[in-house]
Write a protein that binds this ligand. Structure first.
Ligand code: SAM
Length: 393
């Protein structure tokens, strides 16, 4: 494909992504994957270039752009070499017209930047939410140790006990160390969230929103496979990804529970008052993960935020009932909005009565209300809010 044809393809894909974001349909990644599958003439270099153009254009636009072309023109303002490709050539974009609309830039739609602002996220910090994410891995102590593991590429230790940072784009999944379960891909912030649980061998630990089990595997390693580790989630597909991952990682103490949304306790009733620790890696707006998923800014609205905060609040109450006296509750969101983080946790402490906040001791981050905030700008991690509370005797 010519460079101009790649730009035109990216514009058409952006049109599909914009429409899908408005309709809350398929995410950008899936739209790209489907296009690549159906258009085999696009070679690997074309695919990489188109992907980069699409995501750079998404990052360049704050609010949802009207069209893919307007989004690409916004990107072209940052990269003048792109403008030259609007040349009217075959398969390329039409020549630039006088006064053509250019999409609005910025970090996010205005209502969201205002919320970030109110949550104490300053401009630099907000802009860094759209930077390039590093590639972090966690050495799985069930099979290896950071101090002695040798890897095919250079890796820098991160602040977490078993964390390493690699060049973005490193094909970790092709390494024997990954296939053998010695390493897991996991952002340093996620590793810190697991660290905050302080899971010990022999304990009963519940990972209430386990998803595909990224954090469950870290908890199994911290427990050295000893004790009971319950991984629950309402999403059958996500939860089913855990078994093969656990097998690769050599994690043997995990049991999964599929939950019914709104009736979660039905599948957890036998665990009421039994847990030493419950991790709530709550569903959230994901404002802290825009580096990996910039299009999420276009999918969020007030109603969705309200829906998420209601679930978070319910999950906090469920976790409270699962803990035994002196048990530890760890509440995590990958969001920097206070209504999902410090505010949500304060409201829980106020209504629960029998819990007291216990600040997690983490190797990074800054205090935010009764928890710790991690940000790409200050900590080089995804954005997180991590708080911990202990149940009274
Ligand atoms: C941030 S993700 C969890 C990611 C996962 N812990 C990991 O490290 O890979 C939030 C999860 O909460 C789940 N979820 C949503 N509503 C829930 C509910 N009512 N009870 C339990 N899990 C829920 C979602 O399906 C999603 O997998």
């Amino acid at each position: 494909m010519t460079p101009a044809a790649r730009v035109q393809t990216a514009i058409e894909l952006l049109d599909a992504i914009i429409a899908s974001a408005r309709a809350k349909g398929a995410p950008a990644d899936r739209i790209l994957a489907e296009w690549f599958r159906n258009n085999r003439f696009a070679g690997s270099k074309d695919r990489r270039a188109i992907r980069e153009l699409v995501f750079a254009a998404i990052r360049a636009c704050g609010p949802v752009p009207d069209t893919g072309r307007a989004a690409m023109l916004r990107l072209a303002q940052q990269d003048p070499s792109l403008s030259a490709l609007f040349d009217g050539s075959q398969y390329g974009p039409a020549v630039l017209g006088e006064g053509e609309p250019v999409a609005e830039g910025g970090v996010a739609p205005r209502w969201l930047t205002e919320r970030l602002d109110r949550s104490g996220v300053d401009r630099e910090e907000a802009a860094a939410l759209l930077g390039r994410a590093p590639l972090d891995i966690r050495v799985n102590t069930l099979k290896a140790e950071r101090a002695t593991l040798s890897l095919p590429a250079p890796a820098e230790p991160t602040a977490t006990p078993q964390g390493l940072r690699l060049e973005p784009g490193t094909q970790v999944e092709q390494w024997a160390e990954w296939r053998e379960g010695k390493i897991e891909i996991q952002d340093a912030g996620s590793q810190m969230a697991c660290f905050a649980v302080g899971a010990e061998p022999g304990e009963t630990v519940i990972d209430l929103c386990a998803g595909g089990g990224g954090k469950t595997l870290a908890l199994a390693a911290a427990m050295d496979n000893l004790g009971r580790l319950v991984a629950s989630d309402t999403d059958r597909n996500r939860l089913s990804a855990l078994a093969p991952r656990a097998e690769r990682a050599g994690a043997t103490n995990i049991e999964t529970r599929l939950l019914n949304p709104g009736r979660e306790m039905e599948a957890l009733a036998d665990l009421a008052g039994q847990a030493d620790a419950v991790l709530i890696d709550a569903p959230c707006s994901g404002t802290g993960t825009w580096r990996r998923n910039p299009e999420a800014r276009w999918r969020l609205d007030d109603k969705e935020l309200e829906r998420l905060t209601a679930i978070q609040s319910r999950l906090l109450d469920i976790a409270a009932g699962l803990l035994k006296p002196e048990g530890r509750l760890v509440y995590v969101t990958c969001s920097l909005l206070d209504e999902e983080g410090a505010g949500q946790f304060d409201a829980f402490l106020a209504r629960a009565g029998d819990f007291r906040a216990a600040m997690p001791e983490l190797p990074a981050g800054r205090q935010c209300g009764h928890g710790i905030r991690l940000t790409p700008f200050h900590d080089g991690t995804d954005g997180f809010f991590i708080a911990r509370a202990e149940k009274s005797c």
